[in-house]
Design a protein around this ligand. Sequence first.
Ligand code: MOS
Length: 762
Amino acid sequence: MAVDTLSNAAGIIGAQVPRIDGPLKTSGTARYAVDYDFPGLAHAVAVQSTIASGRIRSLDVSTAEKMPGVLLIYHHGNMERVYRLFPRQDDATTSEARPPFEDENIYYWGQYIAVVVAETLEQARAAARAVRVEYETDKPNVNPKLSDFDGPRQSSWKRGDPDKALASAPVVLDQTYVTPVETHNPMEMHGTVAVWDGDSVTMYESSQGVVNHRIVIAEVLGIPRENVRVISRFIGSGFGGKLFPWPQSTLAAVAARTLNRPVKISCDRRMMFSNVGHRPRTEQRIRLGATPDGKLTAIRHDFLTQTSLNEDFIEHCGEQTPFLYSCPNLEVTTGMVRRNVGAPAPMRGPGAVPGLFALESAMDELAIRLRMDPLELRLKNDAGRDEGRNLPFSSRHLKECYLTGAEKINWKQRSPEPGSMHRNGKVIGLGLAGASWGAARVPCTATVELCPNGRVCVRSATQDIGTGTYTIFAQVVHARTGVPLDRIDVFLGDSSLPEGPTSGGSMVTSAVLPATTSAVNSAVNRLLNIAALTPGSPFHGMKPDTLAFSNGMVHQKSESRQVVGAAFRSGSQLTANGIPFEQVLKLANLSGITATGRTQPSFDDPKAKAYSLHSYGAHFAEVEWEPDIARLRVSRIVSVFDCGRIINQKAGTNQILGAAVMGVGMALLEETHYEPRTGQPINGNFADYLVPTCADLPDLDVTFLDYPDYIVNEYGARGVGEIGLAGVAPAITAAVHHATGVRVRELPVRIEDLLQSRILEA
Ligand code: MOS
């Protein structure tokens, strides 16, 4: 549906709405965390460990503290007291359990061992380099191979008897798939500006969760929660790396308190690889049992996931395995392997993304073993209900995703033999894979205020990490009131606003919709009541239920109103009658009408709890292989997704496009390498850690099926942030196999892998 053909306000739901914050970003006026500046602001620079395991024997700041401009140096010998957050405290989460400088122990390369604060950034940097450290060095363990692990494994999702079923299965596939450490690397690096005013601190942050961040800082500093305010109005994305606070935030708060001056600290790009999380490496053994005609009889998914020495982080690779396919016998087991690396963190589609690389690759291999079309194998084993939780699906259209994508990429023309398809002197390979990600409705509070200046303000302490959340709020208000988007002000990213959700799990849109709808409905009802009660109002004495509010005007229901011309923006031609809402406020002498709405979480809703809530999708990838020069390119990705109803086609499509780009990186480029002797992430910069650029990108095509899921909320919307990355890499490696005959089970695909191809001519 195109914007300019909309004839009613409600049509904005599902339309292609440009982001309301777009002009602020493109004009450079949006302020990000470290853009904030204050009189007397001092600069902090962290000193990092150059070993990955051992102890600090001595730390000498005598030269550094005499250097120009130096105000303060903290290290384990003189650090102010900061408190631990009990792991998984029920209302707050932190990234790194150990408070900074707690002791002299070193757990990973790059760990902060001191912080230098000075008048200028240059002075702080120079003094940080002058801090002398001697270590007792132990040999670090950054061994990427996890398979020698012999610790305990946790079993989950067990059903039937998978071992017996595998032993008697006519066809068995048994392979191990490996995904490397990947680093989030959002454009905007982590940074903090801490400003104290008496006993209260304001933190300018780049945070995916200002409410959680506020609680963590209050706990860590040991001060009341109401004395902490966290502001993240604009965020240069996070991909999960900014869900929970990192130690630089604590350092800024403590230093600013001691100096009684604002303090700014920022990670540099190199620190992004060591101090603020990564997707941990996984090694996943998949065993599939099947009948000769391709019915799954057993699935075993036994995976190992790397974590740090101090955090029990698990990349839950087996989360999608229990319900994606119908299969009577199944088990998932997990083993956690400790290494001298920084704390891992959730990264876009945690668990599902590496997990589906393994499961979907195995399904492709099984199809080949069975001489069956991999699409047919998916359709044959599609699940009609969630066999893991034993619940019906709220809404699942995975089969239609596959069939629609197959049509678009002309799958039926695919000849199964590797290297058998050609175009323009190149070998063509086609592959596909499925995707899934959970849905839920998390708690959210929002307020809507009708203001005397004719504007509407919406407020919630959630944040827009670049995904379009500002615009979603405005769309809901516009849909109900008809007030043009340029007269709707959305305030997010401030913990002092009514409590809203962390931008995680692709759950903000489904949480925001009910709260905002209920707030705007209450505000409108009060407005109509006031219009009827106020002497001097043209509606005085009328029954409120005979009145209506549309196009920003209060009018009698009998006078139907119509917008002519472009909706959403001021300047639309209105047919007269009725009065603007601000005039009602003026007649009643009100400073505004504010109403609050709340979203009931799905985990408290018996109706929602009776269903398995998930989104689904399928990616089809086409690669071009030039055997004579060993060049592989991804030439096309067709993505078809079932994410419930899409609220903003433009922002939603952007999410899947961006995820497909990230998927090309995951399949072909991304890997963080730890140097074995020092434990340093040696490719920790944008020259050596490769991500796709525009020149690497294929033709991308996104389709949403757009089936509303009314179990999740009254709009039928689930979420689109993370699911798009699931399934891209296995679709590409399936296509690589189809083109080259080489099966790559360890990402990323390397040229060394492809040089083994026996397909020598196009
Ligand atoms: Mo997402 S990994 O919950 O930001």
